[in-house]
Design a protein around this ligand. Structure first.
Ligand code: AHG
Ligand code: MN
Ligand code: MN
Length: 328
């Protein structure tokens, strides 16, 4: 049984908070805490670069394409470098799965953890000064430390995550994460260079009135999704779609809502990637009392077959996701 604990006071610095929660981890040797700190540090560097995107020539497409064929922005590349370096230095991670790399990156054979990351999510919004994010999942490796990485270390299902979260570079920069004991949100104070607890023990409203989906693709949605969208209109729900998954997800987490990226004619398995987009947010939303599915099955139960696998994604308030599923 989980021990009851005194809630950390609002305003606690992230480092202190992580330290005070270290005993929650089954193997509390401090490495996972260090990984979370490394991610937080890299996010501060990325935040600095995101903030000056309009000032120096780091905006715009690089002319290269990433593993999934989309245009890679300079900031995508920069963010990938920042996070990989931060994770490489500490030695806690043995492998890194990233949207920006075709195959996984071997880091340190004696590391215990595997990280999956979308270094910059919503990159098409960089040039227009709209919120973007970073998404991360942390797994414990299955094979023995000190030996080469095995496929079973890499292709783990979402239920195996030991920690996951996101950073939102928005009107404020926030870091939201879970280690399976609830969800906590921290707001960055750029004048002090530190994250402070601002949203303790976050819970998503059980029901909501916001639906977030790219309705431009309506004609190619599967029939059940079309029906659910019609239902949302009949109910007079608000349609809100930023086009940055992290930002849409975060708003719905706070206000109650559903985000859907369904199968479309262009993307028959949906657009979003299981391993470094959907699993992390599914873990967070479940810990906040919400739900995540592919329309039928729980996201966290999907056994990945490849690194860049896509899945349809329905995530948000429990009742809304259940309603959307009921049309399937
Ligand atoms: P990324 O920038 O990491 O490639 O992710 C973009 C994703 C996600 O953030 C967003 O919700 C979705 O793409 C938007 O896609 P559409 O433009 O097709 O709606
Ligand atoms: Mn993304
Ligand atoms: Mn990305």
């Amino acid at each position: 049984m989980e021990q009851s604990r005194i809630a950390a006071p609002i305003g606690s610095a992230l480092d202190r908070f992580i330290k005070s929660r270290q005993d929650e981890f089954p193997y509390a040797s401090g490495e996972l805490s260090q990984l979370l700190r490394d991610i937080a540090l890299a996010s501060k560097v990325v935040n600095r670069e995101v903030n000056k995107a309009g000032l120096i020539d780091i905006m715009g497409a690089m002319g290269s394409v990433n593993t999934t064929g989309e245009h890679q922005q300079k900031l995508d590349v920069l963010a990938n470098i920042r996070f990989s370096r931060a994770l490489m230095k500490g030695g806690e991670a043995c492998a890194l799965i990233s949207e920006e790399s075709e195959s996984y990156i071997d880091l340190n054979n004696s590391g215990k953890y595997v990280i999956a990351i979308d270094p910059l999510d919503g990159s098409s919004n960089i040039d227009v000064n709209v919120s973007i994010g970073t998404i991360f999942s942390i797994y414990r490796r299955k094979s023995k430390t000190g030996t080469p990485i095995q496929p079973e270390d890499i292709l783990q299902k979402g239920t195996e995550q030991v920690a996951a979260g996101y950073i939102l570079y928005g009107s404020s920069t926030m870091l939201v994460y879970t280690t399976g004991h609830g969800v906590n949100g921290f707001t960055y104070d750029p004048t002090l260079g530190e994250y402070f607890l601002s949203h303790p023990d976050m819970k998503i409203p059980e029901d909501g009135k916001i639906y977030s989906i790219n309705e431009g693709s309506y004609n190619s949605f599967p029939e059940p999704v079309k029906q659910y969208v019609q239902y949302c209109k009949e109910k007079n729900y608000s349609g809100r779609y930023i086009g940055s998954l992290v930002a849409d997800f975060h708003r719905n987490l706070l206000k109650g809502g559903i985000y859907i990226y369904p199968a479309t004619a262009k993307d028959p398995n949906g657009k979003l990637r299981l391993m470094y987009e959907c699993n992390a947010l599914a873990f967070v939303v479940e810990q906040a009392g919400g739900k995540a599915s592919d329309g039928q099955k729980r996201i966290l139960d999907i056994v990945p077959e490849s690194l860049h696998q896509r899945t349809p994604f329905f995530v948000g308030s429990k009742k809304m996701v259940e309603k959307a599923e009921s049309f399937h």
